[in-house]
Design a protein around this ligand. Structure first.
Ligand SMILES: Nc1ncnc2c1ncn2[C@@H]1O[C@H](COP(=O)(O)OP(=O)(O)O)[C@@H](O)[C@H]1O
Ligand SMILES: [Mg+2]
Length: 330
C-alpha cells in the first residue's frame, strides 16, 4: 500500500515527502462502566498518506471519523498504536517533542478555548519563542509585531486579552502563534468551523496567502468538503477511522467515486451545508466505532451496497487516478 501511495501523494519520486503516515493507527481502550471489561475503539486504522512541501492535503469526513486523533498524532501529541509518521523522512518518534514543535505547528478549531484568557495577545503569540528560548524580550516583541502584521491583526491589540477580540481575530492570533516558530508544516484541525460563515472566508484566504508566501505545507482537516475545495491539492476522505478515498482535489471534486464521498459532496450542494450530511442521502447516522459494521464499514448507509459489501472488507486499491476502498471498483 505504501508503494501505491507513492504514486499518488508523491509525483516527484526523488523528493522526500514533507509529511508521511505509514499504516498509522490509534486504538483507545474504553471502559464502559465500573465493572465492564475494557474494549478497543479503533479511532484511526491503517492510514497511509503523504504530502509534499508547499502542498495542501485536506483530510475530510464526518465528526467522529478520527480526524482529530490523526491530527494529534501528526503533531506528536499522541502516539500511534501502529505504523509510523515521518517528517522530512525522519520518524517522528525519534525526534524530541520540542524539535517536532519547530517543524509542525497546530491551528485548532476553537479559538475561544485554545487561547489562555489571562494572557495578553503579545504573551500568547510569543509563548512558543519563550518556551524554546529564542531571542531576547525585545526581539521577541518585534517578532510578535511582525507576525501580527502578517496575519492582519492591528498593532493596537498587542496588550489586549482574547475576550476583547472577535472570533476571527482570535483565530488570527492562533495562526500567528503557530507561525512564529517558522514551522514548515501546519496542521489545521477545523480552523474555521467555530467561526461565522462570513468570517470563515477571510481566515481561509489568509491561510491560502500565508501558504504561498511562506511555502508552507498544510494538513487541513475539515468535516465540510466545501471548505477545502479552493485550498486543497490532495483530498483524503476518512470514514470511521479508515481512509476510503484519496486523490488529487480536482479529480475528487469533479468525479467523486466512493458513494460516501459522493454523499459528502451532495451535502455540500444542499442549500444549508452547515447542517452537515443530509439524512435523505445517507440515511442512518455514523455507526458506533466500538462495534463497527461487518464488511465495508459504510455498507449500512450505502445506496449502492451489494451482498459482498456486508461480508467482506474491501481493500484500498489503485483505481485510475486515485486510491479507493470500495467493492464497486476493481
Ligand atoms: N482520548 C480518547 N479516548 C477515547 N476515545 C477517544 C479519544 N479521542 C477520541 N476518541 C474516539 O475516537 C473516535 C474519533 O474521534 P476524533 O478523532 O475526535 O474524530 P473527529 O475529529 O473526526 O471528530 C471517536 O469515536 C471518539 O469518541
Ligand atoms: Mg475533531
Amino acid at each position: 500500500m505504501n508503494q501505491l501511495m507513492g504514486q499518488f501523494g508523491h509525483p516527484d519520486s526523488d523528493a522526500v515527502p514533507a509529511l508521511e503516515c505509514r499504516n498509522v493507527g490509534r486504538t483507545f481502550m474504553i471502559k464502559k462502566g465500573m465493572f465492564a471489561e475494557k474494549q478497543p475503539l479503533k479511532a484511526v486504522q491503517e492510514v497511509s498518506l503523504q504530502v509534499n512541501r508547499g502542498e495542501v492535503l485536506a483530510i475530510v469526513g464526518e465528526s467522529g471519523c478520527g480526524k482529530t486523533t490523526l491530527a494529534k498524532m501528526l503533531l506528536g501529541l499522541l502516539e500511534p498504536t501502529t505504523g509510523e509518521i515521518l517528517l522530512d523522512g525522519v520518524p517522528i518518534n525519534s525526534v524530541s517533542i520540542k524539535d517536532i514543535a519547530r517543524k509542525v505547528q497546530p491551528v485548532f478549531q476553537d479559538p475561544y478555548s485554545s487561547l489562555n484568557p489571562r494572557k495578553t495577545i503579545e504573551q500568547i503569540i510569543s509563548l512558543p519563542l519563550k518556551v524554546h528560548e529564542i531571542g531576547s524580550k525585545e526581539s521577541r516583541r518585534a517578532r510578535v509585531e511582525e507576525y501580527m502584521r502578517l496575519v492582519g491583526l492591528p498593532k493596537r491589540l498587542v496588550h489586549s486579552y482574547p475576550n476583547q477580540l472577535s472570533g476571527g481575530q482570535r483565530q488570527r492570533v492562533a495562526i500567528a502563534r503557530a507561525l512564529i516558530m517558522e514551522p514548515k508544516i501546519v496542521v489545521c484541525d477545523e480552523p474555521t468551523s467555530a467561526l461565522d460563515v462570513s468570517v470563515q472566508a477571510h481566515i481561509l484566504n489568509l491561510l491560502q496567502d500565508l501558504r504561498k508566501e511562506l511555502n508552507l505545507t498544510y494538513a487541513f482537516i475539515s468535516h465540510d468538503l466545501a471548505v477545502v475545495e479552493h485550498l486543497a491539492d490532495w483530498v483524503a476522505v476518512m470514514y470511521l477511522g479508515r481512509l476510503i478515498e484519496f486523490g488529487k482535489a480536482i479529480d475528487i471534486f469533479n468525479n467523486p467515486k466512493h458513494p460516501y464521498t459522493r454523499a459528502l459532496l451532495d451535502s455540500v450542494l444542499t442549500p444549508d451545508a452547515s447542517l452537515g450530511l443530509p439524512e435523505i442521502t445517507l440515511g442512518r447516522g455514523l455507526p458506533n466505532p466500538l462495534s463497527p459494521p461487518s464488511g465495508c464499514y459504510f455498507h449500512p448507509r450505502c445506496p449502492d451496497a451489494k451482498e459482498q459489501c456486508s461480508a467482506e472488507q474491501p481493500a484500498l486499491i489503485e483505481n485510475e487516478d486515485r486510491l479507493i476502498e470500495c467493492h464497486l471498483y476493481k
